[in-house]
Design a protein around this ligand. Structure first.
Ligand SMILES: [Zn+2]
Length: 136
């Protein structure tokens, strides 16, 4: 009997926090982000593997947020966009910087930025945001 070891969950979570990690179905080549354990096309016939996305994509649509939820007030106005990754998967996320010049179809890349800060204990949360690729 062969022993197959799986990567510990905490490491997987850590990895997915700093990379754009999703999954892909080997059977029909559909990419999923966030990762899925079951392919929606192939169901149980699908063979799922981990896929590291480039993170690069383009803006499909966006909304400019002027009234932010509590804790995000200092970031307004900011844009939340629907991004189509080069691998063909859609994802939504915040676009860094002044949203005034944003256009549909602009290229974006992932960056890690401060998401929020808890004033009392100084806890800072980081996460993925997107910024425009230079030269646009
Ligand atoms: Zn599939």
């Amino acid at each position: 009997m062969t022993h197959t070891s799986s990567v510990p969950l905490y490491w997987r979570l850590k990895k997915s926090k700093y990379n754009v990690i999703g999954t892909r179905c080997r059977t029909c080549n559909t990419a999923y982000f966030p990762g899925r354990q079951l392919c929606q096309n192939c169901r149980r016939k699908g063979e799922i593997e981990e896929l590291k996305f480039s993170g690069l994509g383009k803006i499909l649509s966006y909304t400019i947020i002027r009234t932010a939820p509590q804790g995000f007030e200092q970031y307004t106005p900011y844009a939340v966009a629907v991004i189509e990754l080069d691998e063909g998967t859609m994802i939504s996320g915040q676009i860094v910087g002044n949203p005034a010049g944003l256009k549909i179809d602009q290229r974006v890349k992932p960056v890690f930025r401060k998401i929020s800060e808890d004033g009392s204990d100084g806890l800072i949360h980081y996460g993925m945001k997107w910024e425009l690729v230079d030269g646009q």
